[in-house]
Design a binder for this molecule. Structure first.
Ligand code: BQZ
Ligand code: CA
Length: 686
């Protein structure tokens, strides 16, 4: 099924599809071919670091330089900038100009990412945060050469015994306000934002993310040294990529940190509100305007430390927009052409988006990838005070810890129907939980599946001591009230709400009373992070696709590493027996370097996680990348989600628009970001 029209035909000519699975092995997914074909390359084919004979920049920046408004280009670039190789750029060296118009469903809380503030997702933080290594583009790297790309860390070497990793940082690079980037920024992030457990960086870096007992030292301004308890811990390099190790500007953050000021931790977190413009970044664009609930605008960073092989300082695109709307509107605007980009991830929008994109006059290209968008039903396992501690919540958490109860839950789920409630056709497939089928560490034989079976589910509820003693159709606690289960749902996604509706209806069929808590945005994320729920419908992260990225989410290897079971009031995660074994397997995997050992550990993980219904999988389906046709250098087959989201995977700093196709949509043409702390839309360099 190669073309969009082919997919559309399959959809429209559809009767009701097959029946629910009966076999104990998870049924094979209906065949679904990704449309774009990825050309696999080596890391060295993508980029290198070297000094070039000469450099170039947009004409308007040359003029600003001539007017003495900023230092000469050669003083704004590092000694050896990162050089993207032309051979890996589908449409070659680009030209300057134009804007990429994102539409997002989140909202900026402020710019202190390192203290846990969200900027609204949808690519804002992915663009503003440059990290030690980079993994988004790894979808195009050959398996035998697979390892994180260098980024702020341009090279590294292991000690012979594998316990030490010396990393060489990019030398002479500067923040977007001209201040030098150095190992001091790295150490401030590590010591004052990760090791200081009063600070919770967004995307959840914790001291245990890099393996227990990990140390980090500064050797000199451009060199750091990691010391690991394990030898050659492969996962650590992946966790130094986006999300977990993206240092902030120490010169701006340190003065506000409680260690250096009278600020409380809350005041530190809120020290850079949404009105604070031009927060120094190592990213390609810096924020210059923010109209709440309307738009965030970014302009090119004149100190960006990456160039193409012709010496053109990147990015090619002068401006970035993030229209502050809804996730569903992102799909609508992308296929309509008023927006430029979307990760088509809400299956309800597939038919409409496919119809629009099938029109040859469509302004956007739509390309499906593999099945990497999936959901689970997660159980709050805490019996020692994480989350709500009223009598009802404690009793339900205790039920969650009972395998009979979890078996009842997994067998009450008709996953075929759940998938079809999102979209009919060859997209969704049954997902028992654990690693996704078709991914590198997946092993079908290790995957246990309890098929849909209402009678067996009711029997399992009885085995868990639950019976409907007052005949109202819902099971009661022994000698007590009806069991009532709160279900946390992210209000920002129709898919999440649709799946929650299915869970509530299927619960009712077996006599379980499930009460949805449908919460939006940062309040949802806060409720999730505080465990204020019994069950949660949760879209899965990259750990169940790659196992090597976000590995610390696979089991509670630290007090705050899994979303649905964090440390209680005693600072400990009160693990069930199988959970402790899972954690041990994951910790070993994070520390392992032998490929065969790693494959075996993930088989052990998959078996224990699925036979114990650690998470009740719901459904998994492919996403599609929608990009306006005027953009060049979009790698074919770029997945919307794998090691990271497409906003990282497509390497936006290399994307350009040919001169004759430029949209003239720049809102602040011929300007550069002003001083950190400028007012929205003010103080730009022009
Ligand atoms: C992609 C992504 C880029 C976060 C977010 C959002 C947050 C979660 C997750 C996705 C959005 C888009 O996902 O849905 O397509 O653009 O931003 O960061 O769901 O609520 O906390 O993990 O990435
Ligand atoms: Ca009852």
């Amino acid at each position: 099924m190669k073309t969009v029209t082919g997919l559309l035909a399959a959809l429209l000519a559809l009767g009701v599809s097959g029946n629910a699975a009966r076999a104990d092995a998870v049924p094979d997914a209906p065949k679904f071919d990704a449309q774009g074909k990825v050309t696999l390359v080596g890391v060295g084919d993508i980029l290198e670091y070297k000094a070039l004979a000469s450099y170039n920049e947009p004409d308007f920046v040359k003029a600003l330089e001539k007017a003495g408004k900023l230092p000469a280009l050669k003083d704004r670039l590092p000694k050896e900038p990162m050089v993207y190789k032309t051979g890996n750029m589908k449409d070659g060296v680009g030209v300057y100009g134009d804007v990429m118009r994102h539409v997002i469903g989140g909202r900026p809380e402020g710019w202190n990412y390192w203290a846990g503030q969200s900027q609204g997702w949808g690519g804002i933080d992915i663009g503003l945060q440059e990290c030690l290594t980079r993994t988004g583009p790894l979808f195009q790297v050959k398996a035998e050469e697979l390892q994180p790309l260098p980024n702020l860390a341009k090279a590294w070497e292991w000690s012979k015994d594998g316990h030490e990793l010396t990393m060489h940082l990019i030398e002479g690079a500067k923040w977007s306000d001209g201040q030098p980037f150095s190992a001091d920024d790295v150490m401030f992030y590590w010591e004052k934002n990760v090791l200081d457990t009063n600070v919770h960086p967004l995307n959840g870096a914790t001291p245990d993310t890099f393996g227990k007992g990990t140390k980090l030292d500064k050797i000199d301004a451009n060199t750091i040294k990691w010391t690991f308890a394990a030898a050659f811990p492969t996962s650590a390099l992946y966790e130094m990529a986006y999300g977990k190790f993206c240092p902030g500007p120490m010169h701006i953050l340190a003065p506000q940190h409680p260690a250096n000021s009278k600020n409380t931790y809350d005041q530190y977190k809120n020290a850079f509100p949404g009105t604070y413009m031009a927060m120094p970044t190592m990213g390609a664009w810096a924020v210059v305007d923010h109209k709440p609930d309307n738009i965030v605008v970014l302009r090119r960073n004149p100190y960006y430390w990456k160039v193409d092989e012709k010496g053109n300082q990147l990015p090619y695109l002068n401006e970035m927009h993030y229209r502050l709307s809804t996730w569903a509107d992102r799909d609508v605007q992308a296929v309509a052409g008023s927006g430029d980009f979307s990760n088509l991830e809400q299956a309800e929008n597939y038919v409409e988006s496919l119809k629009k994109a099938a029109d040859p006059a469509s302004p956007a290209r739509l390309e499906f990838g593999q099945r990497t968008i999936g959901y689970t039903l997660d159980f709050n396992y805490s019996a020692n005070g994480w989350g709500e501690t009223d009598e009802r919540s404690v009793a339900v958490h205790k039920l969650n810890r009972d395998l009979n109860f979890r078996k009842a839950v997994t067998m009450m789920l008709d996953r075929q129907r759940l998938g079809e409630s999102l979209v009919k056709g060859p997209f969704t497939t049954i997902y028992p939980g654990g690693l996704y089928a078709g991914t590198s560490f997946y092993d079908k034989a290790s995957t246990v599946y309890y098929p849909f079976n209402v009678d067996a589910a009711k029997k399992a509820l009885e085995a868990a001591g639950l019976k409907d003693t007052d005949g109202d159709g819902f099971v009661n606690f022994a000698g007590g009230k009806n069991v009532e289960i709160t279900l946390l749902v992210n209000a920002d996604y129709q898919s999440d709400k649709s799946l929650a509706e299915g869970v509530v209806a299927m619960g009712e069929k077996v006599g379980l009373r499930v009460i949805p808590k449908i919460i939006s945005g940062k309040d949802h994320d806060a409720a999730r992070d505080a465990g204020k729920y019994d069950w949660m419908v949760q879209r899965q992260g990259t750990e169940v696709i790659t196992a090597v990225q976000n590995t610390d989410h696979l089991a509670p290897v630290g007090p705050n590493t899994t979303d649905f079971h964090k440390a209680g009031t005693d600072g400990k995660v009160d693990m069930m027996d199988f959970e402790a074994k899972l954690t041990d397997v994951v910790a070993k995997f994070m520390a392992a370097s032998d490929p065969k050992e790693r494959i075996d550990l993930m088989k052990q993980y998959q078996k224990m996680a699925t036979e114990n219904v650690y998470q009740a999988g719901l459904t998994v389906y492919p996403g599609a990348l929608i990009v306006n046709k005027r953009f060049s250098n979009i790698a074919p087959g770029a997945p919307i989600f794998m090691y990271n989201w497409a906003e990282d995977n497509i390497i936006r700093e290399r994307v350009f628009v040919a001169a004759d196709k430029q949209s003239k949509n720049e809102l602040f043409p011929n300007t550069l970001p002003g001083k950190p702390g400028s007012a929205p839309g003010e103080g730009l360099v022009k």
